[in-house]
Design a protein around this ligand. Structure first.
Ligand code: GDP
Ligand code: MG
Length: 736
């Protein structure tokens, strides 16, 4: 059997030395077709194999900057050598791995020769080749090309790869949230159209577009002009975005993340260790000595988290008050100017109280997003993932699950949809599935207003603390469920992997503002569209069918009865009174009685409506967790989107019970309602953390997990879990 073996590596890594050692006299030198770059070829006969060895030109990278790089890349792609030996200078490991990572991203079957081990040893460098090999998922062999030491073992490994690895899975590195999203979209488009995919991995093509790779851009235009234009347009858009927010461009960002990947790869479990360290420390490393310190790191992390919540709740209080007052005023004004009836009810109870309830928290969301943007743009969030890696492994997950959790709302205010999609960077299917099934437990932006509402109503003294506890509950629950899943239905070994550590950056104020605004705008837009639609739908369900005439007559009769019980002059006084009139005591008593009857009537009407019937039917079960029928209506609505819990409570409490004029905000209405107390609020918050992901997230889970089974699983399992926990909390709480 014959095999072609390519030798790749940085200039001066010892390629020629190894090549000569392997091929002896059986070599010849020519040129690559069309260019004046040396092409050296030779034969290495081995164990019945005949290996054609090709010494590729030395390069630091696989971009298209130099002729050498293009030649090396084209050779790998078009000649498809059975195996590529990547020669790495062990005494300069970090810099040399930059090329290695790119070879792995290209997905060529390869093995790594750690050359110059003698030099490395003299410099006090120790490298755990076994771990490095596990992390890179390719063989790593130590050699000393000059003496020939380790050459035989290297060639054994190379032969093994050539025999078994027809196709190497390309390495996937995360390039940060902004780029990863775009890369995925481009990748989908590329795969759907089979755009140059016979030569290159789809993700690689997308990355080359982002890197503005001239050769790929040109080939792309020839292969499929309209798709190429589409991709270029995407790149232009994200470039502009990065320029504005982070003052950088995709190429630089990609290089940063690649270096970050390598630097964290070497820090992983002491893969790389230098006993006498002569290298100077970089600023990022210095900061990391403190922030990711084994003992100080986690403490600082929790303090930062508490600080974030404190900041959010303290400073957002005033503007949240303003928006609440605004919606209160709007509702009053509309009620005063529209005649009583269905239209008024739709606009005031359905739209203003429903959407306003959600919209009212927009300032809080904005402050929260600002804090998170600060943590993310500075590079701190990546450190959080890095530190939690050890913990996550204990629960059968990966360090990169942390990122999926954070995107889903691990700190607060994310969304499970991109979170579930972010699990695509996980290489092992089991950890990936466990992560995407548990990510929806995080406190996404839609749960936030629910918490904010209940915290404001019942725990206004300890806002930051409550939010902190809810965060711990979400993470604890997610980890425990993940562990249970990994021990039962998703059993299997963990796969090694590497976390990326981008360098710290000083966030720009403008960038922070843009990020904050983008996220806040999404929230507002959702409230104004989807939530508005669902609010109106739920309002209709809470209004129709209306009470039958026999029932309304009953209430009319009651009204007549109380009026008849007082003297006619009092009734007259009420009829002619306007807002400024001083009423007599008798008239006041009559108003009181009449509004009680009104409240009774609207409550009866709400119970009679479609939604009310559902809520009432569920009440016999849900009262175990402390939820009354009104809350049930809200929770059923929450299956569509969690914000709806707030908007529905807004509508339900505006349609009945407590006198709406007395309490302007929903939080006040809840605090005053006899069916509510802090324990019910806690039970409801627990339920909200754990119950079924919203509809869009369920679709996404089913899609990403590759089966509707998992979508259904997360709806049923999560809801059952949530209910079980709420009942537990409520029952134990009631005893105390
Ligand atoms: P190329 O540019 O990758 O072809 O590298 P060369 O093969 O020309 O090697 C560059 C230099 O490193 C030469 O001086 C080699 O003698 C030296 N060299 C190569 N391999 C080793 C090794 O394993 N140990 C030591 N100490 N020197 C080496
Ligand atoms: Mg050379």
């Amino acid at each position: 059997m014959e095999a072609t073996v390519a030798l790749g590596g940085n200039p001066n890594s010892g390629k020629t030395t190894l090549f000569n050692g392997l091929t002896g006299s059986r070599q010849h030198v020519g040129n690559y077709p069309g260019v004046t770059v040396d092409k050296k070829e030779g034969i290495y006969a081995y164990n019945g194999y005949k290996m054609h060895i090709v010494d590729l030109p030395g390069t630091y990278s696989l971009t298209a900057y130099s002729e050498e790089e293009v030649v090396a890349r084209d050779f790998l792609v078009s000649e498809k050598p059975e195996v590529t030996i990547d020669i790495v200078d062990a005494s300069n490991l970090e810099r040399n791995l930059y090329l290695t990572v790119q070879l792995l991203e290209l997905g060529v079957p390869s093995c790594v020769a750690l050359n110059m081990m003698d030099v490395a040893k003299n410099r006090g460098i120790e490298i755990d080749t076994k771990k490095l090999s596990d992390l890179l998922a390719v063989p790593v062999l130590p050699v000393i090309a000059r003496t020939g030491q380790g050459r035989q073992e290297l060639m054994d490994s190379a032969a093994e790869v050539a025999k078994t690895k027809q196709k190497q899975e390309p390495l996937e590195i995360s390039y940060g949230q902004d780029l990863d999203g775009v890369i995925r979209q481009m990748q989908d488009d590329i795969e759907k159209n089979r755009f140059m995919t016979e030569c290159y991995p789809s993700r690689w093509i997308a990355i080359k577009y982002l890197e503005n790779d001239e050769q790929i851009l040109k080939k792309g235009q020839e292969a499929n002009p309209s798709l190429a234009a589409r991709l270029e347009k995407k790149v232009e858009k994200i470039s502009h975005h990065l320029q504005r927010t982070l003052d950088t461009y995709p190429e630089a960002m990609i290089a940063d993340y690649r270096y970050g990947y390598i630097s964290s790869l070497l820090r992983q479990d002491d893969v790389f260790h230098q006993k006498y360290d002569k290298n100077r420390l970089y600023v990022s490393d210095k900061i990391d000595r403190v922030l990711t310190n084994r003992f100080m790191g986690p403490i600082i992390m929790l303090l930062i988290l508490m600080g974030l919540y404190h900041f959010t709740f303290t400073y957002s209080e005033t503007p949240v008050g303003w928006t609440e007052n605004f919606f209160g005023w709007l509702a009053d004004t509309v009620s005063a100017n529209l005649p009583d009836g269905l239209l008024q009810s739709l606009i005031v109870s359905g739209i203003i109280d429903g959407v306003g309830g959600v919209m009212g928290f927009a300032p809080l969301i904005m402050f929260m997003f600002f804090g998170i943007a600060l943590l993310e743009d500075s590079g701190y969030l990546a450190r959080v993932a890095f530190m939690l890696d050890r913990v996550f492994k204990m629960f059968g997950l990966h360090g990169s699950s942390v990122m999926a959790y954070i995107v889903s709302g691990g700190i607060a205010g994310g969304c499970a949809v991109p979170g579930v999609m972010a699990t695509r960077t996980l290489r092992s299917p089991r950890e990936r599935l466990a992560t995407l099934l548990t990510a929806p437990f995080m406190n996404c932006g839609a749960k936030l207003p629910v918490f904010a509402l209940l915290i404001a109503a019942f725990f206004s003294e300890n806002e930051a603390m409550m939010m902190f506890i809810l965060t711990l509950i979400a993470w604890g629950g997610a980890l425990i469920v993940a562990k249970i899943l990994r021990l039962t239905i998703i059993k299997g070994e963990a796969t090694p992997f590497v976390m990326e550590l981008p360098p710290y950056r000083l966030p720009t104020f403008k960038g922070l503002m843009i990020h904050t605004w983008e996220l806040t705008w999404q929230y507002i837009k959702k409230a104004g569209t989807i939530i508005l639609g669902i609010s109106v739908l739920l309002w209709a369900m809470m209004t129709f069918p209306g009470l039958p005439e026999s029932e309304t007559e009953k209430f009319e009769g009651k009204r007549e009865a109380v009026k008849a019980a007082v003297s006619g002059s009092v009734v007259q006084e009420l009829e002619f009174a306007d807002q400024d009139t001083q009423l007599s005591l008798d008239a006041l008593a009559l108003t009181q009685q009449l509004s009680e009857i009104d409240a009774q009537e609207s409550e009866t009407a709400l119970r009679y409506s479609a939604a009310g019937r559902i809520g009432t039917a569920l009440e016999s079960v849900t009262k175990l967790a402390g939820f009354d029928w009104r809350t049930n209506i809200a929770l059923v609505g929450g299956f569509a989107a969690k914000e709806v819990v707030v908007s529905t409570l807004g509508t339900a409490y505006s349609l009945g019970e407590v006198d709406p004029e007395e309490y302007t905000s929903l939080a006040q209405r809840l605090a005053a309602s006899p069916n509510w107390n802090p324990l019910v609020a806690i039970s409801l918050m627990i339920f909200t953390v754990f119950y079924a992901p919203c509809f869009v997230a369920v679709v996404c889970i089913a899609k990403e997990a590759g089966s509707w089974k998992w979508g259904a699983f997360s709806m049923i399992f999560n809801t059952a879990l949530a209910f079980g926990l709420s009942v537990l909390v409520f029952q134990i709480g009631s005893l105390i």
